[in-house]
Ligand binder design. Structure first.
Ligand code: HEM
Length: 142
């Protein structure tokens, strides 16, 4: 016989203070997954400028004639906001990968008793890797 459980309005974000570590892990994983999908389209749009570039299309960047692909990349990388978004993208990707691997282990029955700890470990490791990446991403931005 089937049983039903009253889970309460756990989806109600007004009750976010009551969310468990597992709920946060679920929210962050969905969020980061869909941010990565969104980035993929941006990435393809930028890389697509290599097609007109290969046909010889050029733009003027800071008084110099450059191919449209190089011009797009150089102009984007000259913006501080793009460098900051890149750090955010790394954080999102690292968290999604670490938490995703953690979930795959959980699916295999490994680490079932320490799911909260492994989630916190994913967060801390993501933070450490993100902070360590900042000098690389910001280099030459000023
Ligand atoms: C090593 C890399 C990756 C690993 C280990 C990984 C792992 C996972 C796992 C295990 C899930 C299912 C979570 C669950 O049980 O609910 C998931 C969901 C998801 N992943 Fe990844 N993933 C990776 C890379 C990516 C990339 C590159 C993208 C996007 C371009 C992506 C987009 C998504 C999305 C959108 C979901 C949520 C799907 C839904 O709403 O149900 N993932 N990922």
């Amino acid at each position: 016989m089937s049983q039903s459980y009253n889970r309460g309005l756990i989806e109600d974000f007004g009750r976010w203070r009551e969310f468990s570590a597992g709920m946060w892990a679920w929210i962050f994983h969905k969020f980061t997954g869909w941010v990565l999908v969104g980035y993929l389209f941006t990435h393809i749009a930028v890389l697509s400028t290599s097609i007109p570039a290969s046909a010889g299309e050029t733009v003027v960047y800071e008084g110099t004639q450059v191919d449209v692909y190089t011009g797009t990349i150089v102009a984007l990388e000259s913006l501080l906001v793009v460098r900051i978004l890149e750090v955010g993208l790394l954080a999102v990707a690292v968290f999604h990968i670490l938490n995703g691997l953690r979930l795959l282990f959980v699916d295999l029955g490994i680490g079932l008793e320490s799911q909260d700890k492994s989630f916190y470990a994913s967060l801390i490791l993501t933070g450490a890797i993100t902070v360590a990446s900042v000098p690389t991403f910001i280099a030459g931005a000023f």
